[in-house]
Design a protein around this ligand. Structure first.
Ligand SMILES: NC(=O)c1ccc[n+]([C@@H]2O[C@H](COP(=O)([O-])OP(=O)(O)OC[C@H]3O[C@@H](n4cnc5c(N)ncnc54)[C@H](O)[C@@H]3O)[C@@H](O)[C@H]2O)c1
Length: 400
């Protein structure tokens, strides 16, 4: 297989893919366009040789790979062999936990890569889930003020969400993704076979973000996702491709003129205010996707209580998450008081002027229609109302 991707080396340069019908080997081959940034995005089918051919166009002196310590050994070796066939590679394993998503880890990796001879002609490669992608993306943006970044995402969430974004960040204090920047990759490449081997819980977690896209951006695809979704998370390659395609459509719709997700793209934060708080409070035991699912249930409940969303549309949130097989209740050991303490540090504070007793949240008026305040798809919500609305995910007992 020969790839026809063309890759250039500059933050502002255009990357282009000559239009060609998706082939068997590249079921998805697209140019992602967010604002002025474009990059090639490929989901291949056993396309390791074409990855090598594509990477050879980068003309790098060395690959510096941050490899997720949790990926299957055969996958790590396959990628390592592919990279090594193009240029010398340095691989460092990173344990993927939210506690490791810190600036100190980025600094340690940078020191190591510099010791190993990184130059401006080197390329940083993120091999793993969204967490490794974020840490590595930030590292690429900082090293020599920015060197090339290639994402090789290995989870469905990373393929369908985090690599369809320019956001790179690490956590600081109690705030998720508090330190970061926007930095485009020169290439995103995954393989559909990796995704078919994922544990079911990973796939369900990713589907929660897909559900968010449907509820908040492309409600016309609600019935399609409901009929596709199944709790055992056993999807064919063709179904996974449809799911990824749906995400490309949804994210492109709100990011085509808002690459940095500060206006229309803020809607992608639906469910994230409470979701991030649950994820952080749980210390990672509730995955990102599951936490966002729970966060959307709370956001829908708040919107119903404020008289915006009707109950039928709120129920559609529960229906879709149930079809996916995602939890609709928070675990007992994630205490709601701690969740509220985290919520008030949410990283969307400041978009709107709010009293200390309120926070800005994405809320829906109806499916696909966010409520706007001062031009932002955000709503001022009293923290007290968030606290009361947590009831919807803490129904099974009166925990505090
Ligand atoms: N930049 C963005 O726009 C954006 C969007 C969504 C999520 N994120 C971030 O992404 C992270 C979540 O990403 P995630 O859901 O991919 O989780 P993750 O990166 O934390 O990975 C979850 C687990 O899966 C393991 N893993 C990775 N690939 C695997 C494979 N092929 N087979 C088996 N196990 C594998 C990892 O080792 C880890 O234990 C969060 O930190 C979140 O903040 C960023």
């Amino acid at each position: 297989v020969t790839s026809n991707l063309s890759i250039e080396n500059s933050l502002s340069s255009r990357t282009s893919i000559p239009q060609s019908p998706p082939s068997v080997h590249h079921p998805i081959q697209r140019e992602i366009r967010f604002g002025n940034f474009t990059y090639p995005y490929v989901v291949a089918d056993n396309g390791w040789s074409s990855l090598g051919t594509t990477l050879a166009q980068l003309n790098v002196d060395r690959f510096f790979v941050v490899a997720d310590a949790g990926i299957p050994a055969h996958l790590r070796e396959r990628v390592k062999r592919t990279l090594a066939s193009v240029a010398p590679s340095v691989v460092i394993d990173l344990k993927s936990t939210e506690r490791r998503k810190r600036l100190s880890v980025v600094a340690d990796l940078a020191e190591e890569f510099i010791r190993e001879g990184a130059t401006r002609r080197s390329c940083v490669v993120a091999l793993g889930g969204g967490l490794v992608g974020n840490v590595t993306g930030l590292l690429a943006s900082l090293l020599f003020r920015g060197i090339r970044l290639v994402h090789l995402p290995t989870t469905l969430l990373a393929v369908s969400d985090s690599t369809l974004s320019l956001k790179q960040a690490v956590n600081a204090g109690d705030i998720k993704n508090a330190l970061g920047c926007f930095y485009p990759p020169v290439l995103v490449w995954s393989d559909i076979r990796i995704l078919q081997d994922l544990p079911a819980s990973h796939v369900r977690g990713a589907l929660c973000e897909v559900a968010k896209n449907v509820l908040a951006i492309v409600p016309e695809r609600y019935d399609e996702l409901v009929s596709l979704a199944r709790p055992n998370a056993d999807y064919s390659q063709a179904e996974l491709i449809r799911i990824i395609d749906l995400c490309i459509t949804a994210k492109s719709r709100v990011m085509v003129h808002d690459a940095c997700e500060v206006r229309s793209g803020l809607v992608l934060e639906y469910g994230h205010t409470v979701g991030h708080a649950i994820e952080l409070t749980s210390g990672g035991s509730v995955s990102h996707g599951y936490a966002i699912g729970l966060g959307m249930l709370v956001a829908a409940e708040i919107s119903v209580k404020l008289g915006h969303l009707n109950r039928n549309n709120a129920d559609k949130h529960t229906e879709i998450l149930t079809r996916i097989g995602a939890p609709i209740q928070a675990p007992a050991d994630v205490h709601r008081n701690s969740v509220i303490r985290c919520v008030i540090h949410d990283n969307k504070r400041g978009y709107l002027t709010t009293r200390p007793t309120a926070i800005p949240m994405v809320l829906l008026r109806s499916l696909g229609e966010a409520i706007h305040t001062d031009g932002f798809p955000l709503c001022r919500v009293p923290v007290k109302l968030v606290s009361e609305s947590l009831d919807v995910v803490y129904r099974t007992c009166g925990r505090t």
